[in-house]
Design a protein around this ligand. Structure first.
Ligand code: COI
Length: 354
């Protein structure tokens, strides 16, 4: 179908006649796909991205020889739009996602939309799907930007054409009820290697974790923590989020300098907030032993926000941590969601009103 024009006028027009909220049971929201009204597409010929457009949410057409299907030339991002109590829509640090996609695109030999094109696309996607933004406190509208090699290739090499696409879905918490995680420390399978793509949001980083996740879930664990692939001694990342540990007044999180840990935007924000709270925060190489001796552990990410870790199992050792009220993870969660939803003053200029 032909693209809809992307002027704010046209979005306004599509908005008219729409009720304030889509027909969703907001109390039952999980982290899953709920088809919304519109998606946004921006295509490139060579390195230049043209004018983008909104179209009704639906299937896309790809050549069977598309670079993304054959050789995994693709990146994704994740960010959220929140509805404030007084009916405004806030994005959280979206320029960080734009920048991360640009850096990832360089590693994957793809052209990327400019930060301005990225932000414009995100805003248009939210405005066109306003009625899918959950009521404050019931969830968020998750935005999923994708950048993919959509042109045909057969011999190995970058695709001749690219597609940038954003779709949206209202989501609740990633782990049901934000239940504390029961983590398995995976000591055989790995997620990332130095010189690889672990530090960018390449689509190729994600499905390889399924086997470890499946094996751990079969044993009753909720998720998996990966160790560095060179020595197997240091903690790196959970399947879909970063990890932090607390010992005394010191908070530590695995360093991103080796390119094996994703530079999470929630990770970066939590580091700042924790320093404001008076904690010493270290980005460093963290031996598994430090995790086993921590007072508290938690994970961070756009999807998981800040989720407490209730227990970890490494080989034959199981350790439990403080969770719930009074835990640092709870205080960080309240602060970050407070800023994201406009309940707390945004002193850092992290939110962007649409
Ligand atoms: C996010 O937290 O937004 C992510 O991109 C992780 C994804 C696997 C859900």
């Amino acid at each position: 179908s032909p693209g809809l024009q992307t002027t704010s006028d046209s979005i306004q027009r599509h908005d008219e006649g729409h009720e304030k909220y889509a027909d969703v049971n907001w109390d039952e929201l999980e982290f899953g796909v709920v088809p919304t009204d519109y998606m946004y597409t921006l295509s490139s010929k060579g390195d230049e991205f043209s004018q983008g457009h909104l179209t009704p949410y639906g299937n896309i057409e790809l050549s069977p020889s598309a670079g993304v299907l054959n050789y995994g030339q693709g990146l994704f991002e994740g960010l959220k739009a929140n509805r404030t109590e007084d009916g405004r829509f806030l994005l959280f640090r979206p320029e960080e996602n734009a920048l991360r996609m640009k850096i990832g695109a360089e590693r994957m030999c793809m052209p990327s939309p400019s930060p301005q094109q990225f932000l414009d696309a995100v805003k248009q996607t939210v405005l066109a799907n306003k009625r899918w933004v959950p009521p404050t406190g019931k969830g968020t509208l998750y935005l999923r930007p994708l950048l993919m090699g959509s042109g045909s290739v057969l011999g190995l090499g970058p695709a001749p054409e690219y597609t940038f696409l954003i779709f949206a879905s209202p989501v609740g918490s990633y782990h049901k009820g934000r239940a504390a995680l029961n983590l398995y420390v995976e000591d055989k399978l790995h997620r990332a290697t130095p010189g690889g793509t672990g530090g960018i949001k390449s689509i190729t980083n994600y499905s390889p974790v399924y086997l470890a996740q499946k094996q751990a879930r079969a044993k009753g664990f909720s998720d998996v923590l990966f160790l560095d692939s060179l020595t197997g001694k240091y903690i790196e990342e959970i399947t879909a989020c970063n990890i932090f540990i607390l010992k005394g007044n010191v908070i530590s999180t695995p360093t991103i300098i080796h390119g094996t840990v994703l530079p999470g935007i929630t990770r970066k924000s939590v580091i700042d907030i924790a320093r404001d709270f008076g904690y010493q925060v270290e980005e460093r190489v963290i031996p598994v032993e430090d995790l086993l001796e921590a007072d508290e552990a938690f994970c961070t990410g756009t999807a998981v926000v800040v989720t407490p870790i209730g227990a970890v199992t490494y080989q034959d050792r199981r350790v439990e941590y403080k969770t719930g009220k009074g835990a640092l993870s709870q205080k960080l969660y309240e602060t970050i969601t407070g800023i994201q939803t406009g309940r707390l003053e945004d002193k850092k200029g992290w939110t962007m009103e649409i």
